[in-house]
Structures are given as structure tokens and as C-alpha cells.
Design a protein around this ligand. Sequence first.
Ligand SMILES: O=C(O)CCC(=O)C(=O)O
Ligand SMILES: [Fe+2]
Length: 305
Amino acid sequence: MQTPIDEMTVEEARAVAGAPMTPEQRAAFERDGYIVVPGVLSPDEVERYGAVVEATFDADKAAGDLFYNGGMHRLCAVASCPELAPLADHPGILGLVWSVLEWNIQIAHSHIDVNPRVDEPGPFHYEWHQDGGRQNRELENNPRPRMSVKAAFWFSDVSEPGRGNMKLVPGSHAANRIAGPPSRDVEWPDPPGTIEATANAGDVVLFDRRIWHARSDNLSDVVRKVVFFAYSYRWTITRDVFPPDDGSFTPVQRQLFGMLPDVDGDHAWGHFPSKVPLHELLKRADLLSTLAPPPPPPAPVTWPC
Ligand SMILES: O=C(O)CCC(=O)C(=O)O
Ligand SMILES: [Fe+2]
């Protein structure tokens, strides 16, 4: 059980809140639209949460709920597996998230993915996208605002390409558009500048929702295992559903999972910071002063065709 925030020492609060982004991480995140954070999870954590991910896959497999290619894409990670809740406010990633989005945040979307080797790729489907759905049509400006960031917690070794790594184009978060096929079933090459982000088990890939990215088939014998959490502002609506509050969640998890009591629009607006656990945690940790307005948006880019 976590010490109540108002009883924490500064050191305890800092351990829970996580460290702010370093200037180097921030510069890389703003320039490239993503960073790979090594060793966020200890080997014990990789084993513990990895076992939960595997058990979910085994259950879906036994129930005949896998995709045609043997893969699992389970939405709402915490409702599916409450044991994964500690990933959402893991101190190794939380500090990076509040450095970018500040304290009035929630989980916007989450999923658990397990993908064994794909022996026969299905019909071509152009997977490249920015996250945020209608945000990419309904918001003005070039580039459009960031709105959310997403963390991919890796439980399998994707330190080599071809293992179901995330494909992405560094710097493309500054591009509202990339050239693409007339419809998603028309074969089309990856955009110029594509890389496969590599990571070891326990690493996190943190990305700006605007970066152009795509899933890739796992062509290896290493079963791909990854859990995604997207973070957005509490004044937007979440795509996730969450389990009932059974008293087992930390204050910050309860905020992230929409479990705070008496929440109305004003609360979500951020009018009552003292009732928002992450605000109180940062205050207790004496870290509020590290928050700074976001840097100017990147210069818009027209991605080469
Ligand atoms: O599975 C992947 O590699 C990418 C999934 C994705 O597009 C996302 O999580 O936003
Ligand atoms: Fe995505």
C-alpha cells in the first residue's frame, strides 16, 4: 500500500512521481517525435508483467479469440488485466509523461498485443497512421497539436528488426500528411525515412501521437509481447473502460483511470488542482516548478513522396 501523498517525504514523492525528462531526452523527443527509454522495467518486472500478458494470450487462444494470424490485440489493458495497472504510473515513465503533458492527464487508450510469427502475411493493408483518429481531420494547424503521447512497454526482445517492431518515421510528427495509397488495400511502399524502432524487453518506446507509424509483422520466432498506454488531457474523452475501483489502485492510477470521486467538467478542466493526485504528488515532490510551457511547435514538414 502506497503512503498517502500528503504523508510522503519529498524523497518518497519523487520516487513515485519519477524524474523529469532530461534536456537531452526532451530535445530528442521534440526533434524525432519519439524516444526509446532503456531499462524502465527491471528483469523481475519484465517477468511478472510478461507472465500476465502471456496468461491473457493463452486464455484468448483457448477461447478461440485470436486473430486469423494467431495474434492478440486486447483493448483496455487494465480492464482486461488489472495486474497491469502499475505500468500506467510506473515511475520510470510517469516523469517523462508529466514533463510533456503536465498533471491534468488520464489514460486515453491502451492495449495488449501478442504476436507469434506470421507465416503467411494476410492481404496487403496500409498500416501507416497518426494516432488520434478524427483529431487528424478536425483540428486546424500545421502541425496539429500533440494532444497525447503513448508508451509501448516491451516484454519481448525487438532489438533486431523483423520481430514485430514498431515502424516509424523519425521527425514525421511535424507532417500533417504523408503520401499514401488511394485506399488501404492498394500496395504502397513504406514512407521515406522509415525505421523499425528497436528495444530490449523492459524498454519503453515513448512517442508523440502525431508521429507516422505502423505495426509490422513478426517474421521471427520471438513471440512479440507489448503493452501500450496512451496519455491525454482529462478534458478530452477516453477511449478506454476501466475496472471498478476495488481500493487496490494508487491515487495516480485512480486519476489516470477516471476513478476520482465527484468529477464533473470543471474538475476535468483542471479547476481543482488540489483534488488531482498527480498535481498533489508533484507539489509534495517539489517538482511543480520544473513544469514549463511546451516549446514552440516544430516547423511544418512536407514529407517527401
Ligand atoms: O503495434 C504497433 O506496433 C503499433 C500500434 C499502434 O499503432 C499504436 O499503438 O498506436
Ligand atoms: Fe497507432
